[in-house]
Design a protein around this ligand. Structure first.
Ligand code: NAP
Length: 282
């Protein structure tokens, strides 16, 4: 079997177009959505991510407030800046690019963001809202994965087994809850899972969020399964690859996401969608 491709780039473009339409409708009533993006330090990868987020905002008609601070910034100064943005009614979303310098407590900083402006969905209030099925911002990468499933006609996962490999607070755990919300039977696998291959072979929906190049091979995929590859790994030759061995897995899966051009572009698209939602509900 040769899998059908889930084209994240194309789907993200359509989500971004929808978001731009919603942003324009808000702007027409005098309320342009605005996202504050804060970068502390000179991490090269973070600079690229922030640039991409700011450019994506501009394209969608979302005003971006891009603030960069030196690595020596004190935690108290950053917290004060967040409190000021929380109080500013013209700002709807606040994003602090991670990682932060080691002397700053990232969790304390995230908790300082108002949950009403927590468009990354990392605040404990957002995580709690997801856990108990209440409204709140959902983290962008898992939200993008769910949107991909919806796109291929899998809004309800009742009767299906989903396996998520990886249990980070920003991808694996929230995604497992969202899959559960869609009525899947969910397994979370991690480095302590005894027979990862057998666990993965039981999955109708298999998500890899591990950070290990090509860990998931075709032999670990159930024929016809949907395979979502969240991993972004840079190889020594400078190229990117996912956590799934695309060449072998695509021979077995029913649907599969590529890397690059899969889950990655969806993450930014969902950030924009969350920001517009923050403005709509402000
Ligand atoms: P993370 O915090 O690095 O955690 C990795 C997870 O993988 C852990 O739960 C770990 O298990 C598990 N793991 C490691 N080796 C394993 C193995 N051999 N078998 C089974 N499980 C194993 O993960 P993350 O931050 O979620 O990132 C995961 C990947 O997704 C990375 O490549 C990252 O770059 C990418 N990512 C992409 C996007 C996007 O927009 N597409 C967004 C976020 C992250 P333990 O918990 O037992 O240690």
């Amino acid at each position: 079997m040769t899998a059908r491709l889930i084209d994240g780039k194309a789907l993200a473009a359509s989500v971004r177009a929808e978001t731009a339409t919603r942003a324009a409708a808000l702007a027409a009533t005098g309320r342009q959505p605005a996202l504050a993006v804060i970068l502390v330090g000179e991490n090269a990868a973070s600079q690229v991510y922030v640039r991409n987020k700011v450019a994506a905002c501009e394209q969608a008609g979302i005003r971006s407030i891009h603030e960069t601070y030196p690595a020596a910034m004190r935690e108290g100064e950053l917290l004060a800046r967040i409190h000021a943005l929380n109080a500013d009614d013209s700002v709807h979303g606040i994003l602090v690019q991670l990682p932060l310098p080691a002397h700053i407590d990232a969790q304390r900083v995230i908790e300082a963001i108002s949950p009403r402006k927590d468009v990354d969905g990392f605040h404990v209030a957002s995580a709690g809202a997801l856990l108990v099925g209440r409204d709140g911002f959902r983290p962008c990468t898992p939200l993008g994965c769910m949107r991909m499933l919806e796109h291929i006609g899998m809004r309800s996962l009742r009767g299906l087994h989903a396996v998520v490999v990886g249990r980070s607070n920003i991808v694996g755990k929230p995604l497992a809850l969202m899959l559960l919300e869609a009525d899947a039977t969910v397994t979370i696998a991690h480095s302590g899972t005894p027979d990862l291959a057998a666990t993965c072979r039981g999955a109708d929906v298999l998500v890899a969020a591990v950070g290990r190049p090509r860990l998931i091979t075709g032999a670990m995929v159930k024929p016809g399964a949907v395979v979502l590859d969240v991993g972004i790994n840079r190889l020594p030759d400078g190229s990117l690859c996912g956590d799934v061995d695309f060449a072998s897995a695509s021979q077995v899966a029913g649907w599969i996401t590529p890397v690059p051009g899969g889950v990655g572009p969806m993450t930014i698209a969902m950030l924009l969608a969350n920001t517009v939602q923050a403005c709509e509900t402000a």
